[in-house]
Design a protein around this ligand. Structure first.
Ligand code: F6P
Length: 368
């Protein structure tokens, strides 16, 4: 006789997608269904699906064969229940509808796979009485309380490969190649991929750059016979003239800075940097904005393993009733942290981070 249903949970993916989401869904669902007799309801299109009740019961066959696939079988969106967009451009708080769906489906817990925005929503929902478990995903690696998010390693791999490819053509044409990488307001992706790809200059949101310092560095390289260079720029990097000593990540500052940047460089930091280099040094420059290529495709083995570890750990937390936590990696261990310690916090690159130290030791310029 089949055992009685122990619990019923909902699962959704929210925010920008990243490689490893399906591996994590599989990691939660397989043990939940097979070992713990938990019914799993898949909620589609992120929190919009929770507000509008787009849901379906998931079965084992839905979550097999998806370990290595990119994207998410559940779909995703960036919408937040407390700020749902209306056709007239205004927003409305639909949290009561999200709570209603949770209750109507008879959920014991909602498992959310997402980044900073998602965990802010998750924490907010706990204040409305929902039980929530979060799994940290993002190519930006900017979630507090976890050493690493899944998706990051895959994006680093793609970005480092792109830098390798730019390297050979830069050398052939004696050009300065500026590559703009994602990462939102944090520099983890540009720093790690830049170090892996041997970028000569790495520009991060955490270190406001001075174009004079970059020019000097490239001039010095030329003096040593290196007439080509690679500059890896995080999309959130800012010149000292715009950022000054302001705190990185403040919303109003960011908006002003973006507006300023749009005036002279089409809103892209990479374009501004390339233009300044070619004007000052008369060097031939080219810009590559790697964009969503960093988010697509299959997860690396590292991300498949991390996402599986996070997912299976979350399944065990469901059995224990350990709710309102985000699963995280601390050193070699998977553990969890309370959602209130994660929500609304961004993990930036510390200026004394070992990767920055190593990069400086091998001669990388940070524009400071
Ligand atoms: O948070 C992931 C991320 O890829 C950021 O690095 C980037 O700034 C943003 O999402 C892009 O978002 P969208 O896909 O909505 O353009």
């Amino acid at each position: 006789m089949p055992s009685a249903r122990a619990k019923c949970i909902g699962i959704l993916t929210s925010g920008g997608d990243c490689p490893g989401l399906n591996a994590a869904i599989r990691g939660v669902c397989k043990p939940a269904m097979s070992d713990f007799h938990i019914e799993v309801i898949g909620i589609e299109k992120g929190f919009r699906g929770l507000v509008e009740n787009h849901s379906r019961v998931l079965h084992l066959q839905d979550v097999t064969g998806i370990l290595s696939s990119g994207g998410t079988i559940l779909g995703t969106s960036r919408e937040k229940p407390y700020k749902m967009p209306l056709p007239n451009g205004e927003t409305i708080d639909m949290t009561p509808r999200a709570v209603e769906t949770y209750n109507r489906l008879g959920l014991d817990c909602l498992v959310v796979l997402g980044g900073n925005g998602t965990h802010k929503v998750a924490y907010n929902l706990t204040k409305h009485g929902l039980n929530v478990i979060g799994l940290p995903k993002t190519i930006d690696n900017d979630l507090a309380e976890t050493d690493v998010t899944f998706g990051f390693n895959s994006a680093v791999t793609t970005a480092a490969e792109a830098i390798d490819r730019l390297y050979s053509t830069a050398e052939a044409h004696l050009r300065v190649m500026v590559i703009e990488l994602m990462g939102h307001n944090a520099g983890w992706l540009a720093l790690t991929a830049g170090l892996a790809g041997g970028a000569d200059v790495i520009l991060l949101p955490e270190i406001p750059y001075d174009i004079d310092s970059i020019s000097q560095h490239l001039t010095e390289r030329r003096r040593r016979g290196k007439w080509f260079s690679i500059i890896a720029v995080a999309e959130g990097a800012l010149p000292k003239s715009m950022d000054g000593n302001k705190k990185v990540g403040k919303k109003k500052d960011k908006k002003d800075e973006k507006r300023n940047r749009e005036d002279d460089a089409g809103g892209r930091v990479s374009i501004g940097v390339a233009k300044a280099i070619s004007e000052r040094l008369g060097m031939d420059t080219r810009v590559t904005v790697l964009g969503h290529l960093q988010r697509g495709g299959v997860p690396t083995p590292y991300d498949r393993v991390l996402a599986t570890r996070f997912g299976t750990f979350a399944a065990e937390m469901l059995v224990e009733g350990k709710y309102n936590q985000m699963v995280c990696l601390k050193g070699a261990d998977v553990t969890s942290a309370p959602l209130d310690k994660v929500a609304g916090r961004t993990k930036l690159v510390p200026l004394d981070h070992p990767l920055i130290r190593s990069a400086r030791r091998v001669g990388t310029n940070f524009g400071d």
